[in-house]
Design a protein around this ligand. Structure first.
Ligand code: HEM
Length: 423
């Protein structure tokens, strides 16, 4: 039951340095804008231990990339363990239920990871994405047209970026569209339970929701097995062809559970973060609206500039030395993608938003190596479709000045909950 194994990170130890005392990913100032502090930390102490999260924090691009590429010395098994160990009551809710999510992809290692990746990745390839394209365009178009016909100002997250990735993912998985708000709520809860700092009372509620969400995913796959349709989960059922050696129905259920989170929460944030970056840069926005600025480089630079996945975890299988700092075997590591993507050694003028920068594709927003995100092509398609449609319908769009930018405090997901715009 890996998702909730919660071998505590709270008792992990390491040297206390100036950086470890300064770094608090839950501090309101950091949540609002982590980049200035990350730049200081990357320069002063690129690797340090954080007692606040019981992990070693790594900020340089080359070091993050080296860890991502090295599956022999770094394990991905802790990737989705709760950062804050669950209290006994919350744990009890999970352990006394049927909840059981085996490690398959994002929190798995060789030798089984490559086999699962080949099986679960195969039906996510080109044909299925091509088949989804008209649906993506139509869904985006409907949302933008509805927003444009409504009152200004409006919340772009609520009107567009929150729902569209979920609707697309639901079409991909073959889930009824009316379940969007329920699944969005579960996905948001999962961010807090796994990467946040919930109180014990909150943990109890989140644990109950996790069990509900898990059952929903398992039942969904059971329905597909009984009556396969034209969707990704049915493809998996067909590929499996009754052979548990390829994948069990329970494992397909676990994939559904994980994709019902990974496949939209991230893309919603990528789109919101991109609009927040692009709209104040009027010259760039006007060029986008005039059709003189190609969109793909804007999307890619947005992914580098303000990544929806800010940080991701690995565990050292043996003692390692990173940027001259020794980490013991078993050390939990937080690779800060947000810092790596703005490392000036890799991306000159890292705080400037420069579509078309030469090496932008090297950002680590989707990871790199063995676990590189299987949904990256889909996410890029969706974000570009949203940018294109908004630019066409609402070229006068602007951020409402003086607004608050509410983010959910957590170590890993930069999830903007509201973005007020006017036209
Ligand atoms: C902008 C949107 C997205 C971002 C930033 C993102 C980011 C990531 C990251 C950082 C990882 C882990 C990489 C590692 O551990 O090295 C990952 C893995 C994964 N993502 Fe995404 N993701 C996005 C969208 C999606 C979508 C739309 C899907 C599915 C439709 C998806 C499915 C997956 C899967 C299945 C994995 C596990 C791959 C493996 O471990 O082999 N992601 N993603």
């Amino acid at each position: 039951m890996r998702l909730l194994s919660t071998e505590a990170s709270a008792d992990a130890e390491g040297p206390v340095t100036e950086a470890s005392e300064r770094f608090d990913p839950f501090a309101p100032g950091y949540v609002l804008d982590p980049y200035p502090q990350l730049a200081d930390l990357r320069q002063a102490e690129p690797v340090f231990f954080s007692p606040a999260i019981g992990s070693w924090v790594v900020t340089r691009f080359e070091t993050v990339k080296a860890i991502l590429r090295d599956t022999s010395r770094y394990s991905a098994m802790i990737a989705s363990d709760p950062l804050t160990p669950l209290c006994p009551h919350a744990r009890g809710i999970i352990t006394s239920s049927d909840f059981d999510v085996p490690p398959l992809l994002v929190n798995n290692d060789p030798p089984s990871h490559p086999r699962y990746r080949a099986f679960f990745g195969a039906p996510l390839q080109r044909e299925r994405l091509q088949a989804l394209q008209p649906f993506i365009k139509q869904t985006v178009e409907e949302h933008v047209a509805r927003m444009a016909a409504g009152p200004s100002p409006a919340d772009l997250v609520q009107a567009l970026t929150w729902d569209v990735p979920a609707l697309v993912l639901f079409r991909l998985l073959g889930v009824p569209a009316e379940d969007v708000s329920k699944v969005k709520q579960w996905a948001s809860s999962r961010v807090v339970m796994t990467w946040g700092r919930p109180t014990e009372g909150e943990q109890v509620q989140l644990a109950g929701e996790a069990v509900e969400y898990y059952r929903y995913a398992i039942q969904l796959v059971q329905r597909k097995a009984a009556a396969p349709q034209d969707d990704y989960l049915s493809d998996l059922v067909r590929l499996r062809d009754g052979d548990d050696g390829k994948a069990t129905l329970h494992e397909i259920g676990a994939i559904a559970f994980n994709l019902l989170f990974a496949g939209h929460e991230t893309t919603s944030s990528a789109a919101a973060n991109l609009f927040k970056a692009v709209l104040p840069r009027r010259e760039l926005w006007n060029a986008i609206c005039a059709g003189t600025q190609p969109l793909a480089p804007v999307v890619e630079e947005g992914l580098r500039f303000d990544p929806p996945v800010q940080a991701w975890r690995r565990q050292a299988k043996e003692a390692v030395t990173l940027d001259g700092v020794q980490l013991p075997a078993g050390a939990r590591i937080l690779m800060v993608f947000a810092a790596a993507n703005r490392d000036p050694a890799q991306f000159p003028a890292p705080d400037d938003f420069l579509p078309g920068r030469r090496n932008v594709m090297q950002h680590v927003t989707f990871g790199t190596g063995a676990h590189f995100c299987l949904g990256a092509p889909l996410a890029r398609l969706e974000v570009e479709a949203m940018l294109e449609s908004v630019a066409r319908h609402l070229p006068g769009l602007e951020l409402v000045p003086g607004q608050d930018y509410p983010y959910t405090p957590n170590t890993s997901f930069r999830a903007l909950r509201k973005l007020m715009v006017a036209w």
